[in-house]
Design a protein around this ligand. Structure first.
Ligand code: NAG
Ligand code: NAG
Ligand code: NAG
Ligand code: NAG
Length: 422
């Protein structure tokens, strides 16, 4: 399964870039591997590379511009409480999962599935990033999501390279960590739980951690520093790694065990820690690929498994890749029901930290069904976190980025309003 955010960006825009246009409009794609559309931007906009697969026309005066432009570029983004009430049936038992929320992406932009991240390709969702005042307002988005949608968890992806400014094994770079911490503190200030997500696919610059690439010690060093920094924050969730793939699961589980031990020994004795499996953390293959068994054996230093949570992802399109805006399955029979059975019989819990789709009728149907299933099985599913808001332009088909209106209020994407909001 390919679950590559860079590929997502490319695939998402390939279909909408007008080949007839000589110049790309603001926010349109203007470059990237495999892209053959216009590479010049309209007057007043400049082509900005987000990663090797995707470049976007942005206003020359800033990376992300006025709310007016953003609002007009969004098409199907009406937050409708009426539709929400009629389309999403309430959980039939209990009050649903403990957690509901969304990814606030951007510090991870430019990270590829081979674990390569270009530090200067990060696109932080921090309004005043680096002295500017025109970056996406991730903190404002989170405040909106908590207030208007009932969200209580955010996942904050960041490239490993960003945190150490490109030097493997280094002390966390104070400047870069300072910026990331602004997003973390903005999250904590909302009262929500905040997942620190190292968005590196179990890799650093093509090498697999503990399997020929970075040493376990180098990865443990990263997490020791982060856990030391956030040891006293009960709502920090340690999201060990995003989407490991093509790793030896037995060896990988041994690496994750070292990280869990290091986080606990750094003083973060009780917070949630993610256990991410191979196969891009697929909820559909974690049992068959050995992830559930291997990661399930990981323990805290005291021998318990308290707050060690399976961390899974799942998209709903035909090739299971999350690259299409049409959905074909609710994943219940193929993934979430068998996993629920396994979790129950092993007395464990899981969280879904990436899911989403296009703002299309099929995704509205299937994603709502999938979320409903999680809500009905909240004894084993702690929650769900949509992909993604933050620095994604609202024109990206899988964007769950809200658009801020002139009066300061926010408008959600259809999928967020219908399926994810509480
Ligand atoms: C890294 O990103 C910067 C800014 O987007 C770009 O100028 C540079 O060419 C990129 N470097 C590589 C190696 O891709
Ligand atoms: C990060 O590293 C680059 C090049 O290695 C350097 O130019 C830059 O100043 C560093 N940034 C910080 C914040 O230390
Ligand atoms: C994974 O690594 C273990 C040693 O840690 C080895 O015994 C096993 O054969 C490897 N599995 C595969 C599929 O290569
Ligand atoms: C909640 O209700 C659904 C549908 O009635 C049922 O399938 C599920 O097993 C219930 N879950 C729990 C934890 O009772």
């Amino acid at each position: 399964m390919i679950n590559n955010k860079a590929a997502l960006l490319f695939a998402a825009y390939a279909g909408v870039s007008g080949v007839a246009a000589q110049q790309q409009t603001t926010w349109g794609q203007c470059g990237g591997q495999g892209y053959s559309g216009p590479t010049n931007c309209v007057s007043g906009a400049a082509c900005s590379t987000i990663n090797s697969y995707y470049a976007q026309c942005v206003p020359a005066t800033g990376i992300i511009t006025s709310t007016t432009t953003r609002a007009t570029s969004a098409t199907s983004t009406l937050k409708s409480t009426t539709a929400s009430a009629s389309t999403t049936p309430p959980p039939s038992n209990g009050s649903g999962t403990q957690f509901a929320g969304i990814n606030i992406a951007g510090f991870d932009f430019s990270c590829s599935t081979d674990g390569t991240c270009n530090v200067s390709g990060a696109y932080p969702p921090l309004k005043n990033y680096d002295g500017a005042n025109n970056y996406p307002d991730g903190v404002g988005q989170m405040q909106h999501f908590v207030k208007d949608d009932g969200f209580n968890i955010f996942r904050l992806p960041v490239g490993w390279q960003y945190l150490v400014n490109g030097t493997l094994g280094a002390t966390l770079n104070p400047t870069n960590l300072g910026y990331y911490d602004q997003l973390v503190q903005g999250c904590l200030a909302t009262g929500a739980y905040c997942i620190i997500d190292i968005h590196n696919y179990a890799r650093w610059n093509t090498g697999i951690i503990g399997q020929g690439g970075p040493t376990n010690a180098q990865f443990v060093n990263l997490w020791t520093q982060l856990a030391t920094k956030y040891a006293s924050e009960s709502k920090i969730w340690f999201g060990v790694m995003n989407e490991p793939h093509d790793v030896n699961i037995t060896t990988w589980a041994a690496t994750v065990q070292l990280v869990v031990t290091a986080i606990r020994n750094a003083g973060a004795t009780s917070q949630y820690i993610s256990l991410p499996g191979t196969d891009w953390q697929s909820a559909g293959s974690i049992i068959s690929d050995g992830g559930a068994a291997a990661l399930g054996a990981i323990t805290n230093p005291d021998g318990s498994k308290t707050n060690l949570i399976f961390d899974v992802h799942k998209y709903l399109d035909s090739d299971n890749s999350g690259t299409n805006s049409i959905c074909v399955t609710d994943n219940v029979a193929s993934a979430f029901a068998p996993l629920a059975t396994w979790l129950r019989s092993n007395n464990r819990k899981a969280i879904l930290t990436e899911t989403g789709g296009g703002n299309t009728p099929s995704c509205e149907q299937y994603l709502c069904q999938q979320i409903q299933y999680l809500n009905q099985n909240a004894d084993v599913y702690l929650g769900y976190v949509g992909w993604a808001a933050g620095s994604f332009d609202p024109g990206y088909p899988l964007a769950e980025t809200p658009v801020q209106n002139a009066d300061g209020s926010w408008t959600d994407s259809a999928l967020v309003a219908l399926c994810l909001a509480r």
